[in-house]
Write a protein that binds this ligand. Structure first.
Ligand SMILES: [Zn+2]
Length: 210
């Protein structure tokens, strides 16, 4: 399995293309400008990858800007955590205020419950319920591959903000300590912003979690 990351939009959001064989999925597409659309499309097409679907960790605008373009370009489904639907539905009302007047909303999404497992080819993806940054936030844990896409919950030496609607500091800390930190030490964390890290490094070095 290969993980390709892009950093997109004004919020420096990490968009991931996860590939196995000739198939791929896209996690948190933040592509917004024409140049960003071109970059992700070129990567997929040059590698002759066939996108299967889009997975969303949580519905903040910087993580979903590319949904409309990619779902139409490749005719693929979009999976959003069920408890993030309300936050997703609100985006069109505030996108222009955030300077994203070109945001196009795609309402054809499939809701994921946090008890659902998801399959990508032969790979099993467990969903981890990680509220605190956003109320319905999910992490996507690729158990056999030891990899977790954790959105905006845990960053290298930092943690997600909790001052946005539905955010809560104690809940965030509990999601990290009681769910993420119970994963194996070697699990690689691919966060929504900044560089990747490991569970071990964050347990040992993250100043917010001492
Ligand atoms: Zn966020």
């Amino acid at each position: 399995m290969e993980v390709k990351s892009f950093t997109f939009n004004d919020y420096q959001e990490n968009t991931y293309v996860v590939a196995t064989g000739d198939k791929c999925i896209i996690i948190d597409p933040g592509n917004y400008s024409e140049e960003e659309n071109f970059l992700i499309k070129s990567f997929i097409n040059e590698r002759s990858l066939k996108p299967q679907y889009i997975l969303i960790t949580h519905a903040h605008i910087d993580h979903v800007l590319g949904i409309d373009f990619l779902s139409k370009e490749y005719l693929i489904d979009v999976y959003i955590p069920s408890s993030e639907k309300e936050i997703y539905n609100n985006i069109p009302s505030y996108a222009p205020i955030f300077g994203m007047s070109n945001y196009k909303h795609n309402d054809k999404v499939i809701l994921v419950e946090h008890s659902n497992d998801i399959f990508f080819d032969e790979i099993k993806i467990s969903t981890l319920f990680l509220p605190g940054h956003s109320p319905g936030h999910l992490g996507y844990f690729f158990e056999k591959e030891n990899v977790c896409f954790s959105g905006d919950v845990l960053f290298k030496n930092s943690i997600g903000r909790t001052d946005l609607p539905g955010g809560d500091f104690d809940t965030l800390i509990s999601s990290i300590k009681n769910t993420l930190f119970r994963l194996d030490d070697d699990v690689i964390i691919y966060p929504g912003h900044g560089p990747s890290t490991t569970i071990r490094d964050e347990i040992n070095e993250n100043p917010f979690l001492k």
